[in-house]
Design a protein around this ligand. Structure first.
Ligand SMILES: [Zn+2]
Length: 180
């Protein structure tokens, strides 16, 4: 039994090699190795250095820090997305990501920004909130056919699952998030 458990653990480890960082792994005693499995863990992309971390799901609320840069994985503020990091954050995040598509010239977008930031603090760690400036990340905005801003899109496992156009207040953002 013990050999089997170790084998499955090292198979998982070698698949992802050094691209994944284990946080809170609690040492490497046989007991700890035995309880490790992908289903117990949630992947998170570090908002500071983009490293992919694996956190025991039960400890998402314990202010986890990035295994690489040691900064907090949840900051209480929306993550800034670009054409460069968008796909990675959307695809590698184990919790739903809500993206606010906005622009500098858009009045309602600016009005909604404080509410979105507030919602970010309320919805972590069940959700990750992120912002995408449609004038800077034009490729991504075009890819999702964003015609009206602000628009918020929810992604689960890399797929868009919900979309809402128009400015919302904090309460409305939180309710919208939890209803999907
Ligand atoms: Zn980091």
């Amino acid at each position: 039994m013990e050999n089997l458990a170790k084998f499955s653990f090292s198979a998982v480890g070698s698949l992802f090699s050094d691209k994944l960082l284990d946080v809170f792994h609690g040492g490497s005693s046989p007991e700890n190795l035995r309880i490790l499995s992908m289903s117990d863990k949630t992947q998170l992309v570090c908002p500071h250095c983009s490293a992919v971390n694996r956190i025991p799901t039960s400890r998402l609320g314990d202010k986890p820090r990035c295994g690489k840069c040691k900064k907090p994985l949840f900051t209480g503020h929306p993550v800034e997305l670009t054409d460069q990091n968008f796909a990675k954050v959307i695809q590698k995040s184990g919790v739903p990501v809500i993206v606010d598509f906005w622009a500098e010239w858009c009045g309602p977008c600016k009005m909604m920004a404080p509410a979105f930031a507030e919602a970010s603090a309320l919805l972590e760690p069940q959700f990750i909130l992120a912002k995408l400036n449609t004038e800077v990340a034009q490729q991504t905005a075009a890819q999702f056919g964003i015609r009206s801003i602000p628009s918020i899109l929810m992604f689960k496992n890399g797929q868009e699952v919900a979309r809402q156009a128009g400015a919302l207040n904090t309460q409305q953002i939180v309710q919208w998030a939890r209803s999907h």
